[in-house]
Ligand binder design. Structure first.
Ligand code: ATP
Length: 236
């Protein structure tokens, strides 16, 4: 069996002594998209923070590509190919689209600015016309595309993306999911946190349902349909 892109084993973590993750076990197979679902406050964002190095787990193991990474600084993980798009997108509103894109060259000094632009605009042609605009003047969907462009140009080994559809119109959400679908078809490994369970399941290889800081269900999307209503009470 291929080494999983990501493996969490009995991971515990929290904030200021209050435990939020109570022993998370999760495997993200290489080249797959795993949708991490669950109600508000279940611990999904906290899980992403543990994986991308923003939060140190208090117990358990985090393996990325088979390597134990607990305690590795976020910057070093980012250089090693762990790319995180946070809830709210993390673009810098007072910088231009171009400047936001070129920020990746600070972490990845092997990437030339011309290469960054070429890769970003090939995937997101609309951003090319807007490259001189301030990122803060873009629509929410365009900002999400910019965040995704910035991530994708680094060709990450593991993409973590938190609630990409938050606050966006359905047609924009569809466009974002189209991009994610293409990325996984091209072999990218993705851990996607999403409130819209049905939307996420339309592109996921596996669904993981988190309840109260633990993974309660891990299965293929077709199998989740029977239990998703009972667990989540949501629809896309
Ligand atoms: P949501 O969709 O609401 O973000 P989630 O499943 O992503 O839900 P988390 O954001 O991981 O949940 O939050 C899990 C718990 O940890 C919640 O009770 C939340 O209030 C708490 N929490 C999150 N961030 C912090 C923080 N920085 N300091 C203290 N508590 C926090």
């Amino acid at each position: 069996m291929r080494t999983p892109a990501l493996e969490l084993m009995d991971v515990r973590a929290g904030y200021g002594g209050i435990e939020v993750l109570h022993g998370v076990d999760l495997v993200v197979p290489d080249g797959s998209l795993v949708a991490l679902l669950g109600p508000n406050g279940a611990g999904k964002t906290t899980t992403l923070q543990v994986v991308d190095g923003r939060l140190l787990p208090s117990a358990g193991c985090v393996h990325i590509g088979g390597r134990h990474v607990n305690g590795t600084p976020a910057q070093r993980l980012a250089r090693a190919g762990v790319c995180s798009i946070p809830e709210g997108r993390g673009v810098f509103p007072n910088l231009s689209v171009d400047e936001n894109l070129l920020m990746v060259t600070q972490l990845h000094d092997d990437l030339a600015p011309s290469e960054v632009r070429e890769r970003a605009f090939a995937r997101f042609p609309n951003l090319a016309n807007r490259r001189r605009l301030l990122a803060g003047s873009l629509s929410g969907g365009e900002q999400q595309m910019l965040a995704m462009a910035r991530a994708i140009v680094t060709d990450p080994a593991l993409l973590l993306i938190d609630e990409p559809s938050m606050g966006l119109a359905p047609v924009v959400v569809d466009a974002i999911y189209d991009v994610l679908k293409h990325l996984t078809a091209e072999g990218m490994t993705v851990l996607l946190v999403e409130q819209f369970a049905n939307k996420a399941m339309s592109i996921a290889d596996y669904a993981a349902v988190m309840i109260n800081g633990r993974i309660s269900v891990f299965c293929e999307p077709a199998d989740l349909e029977n239990v998703v209503g009972a667990y989540l009470g949501v629809s896309a």
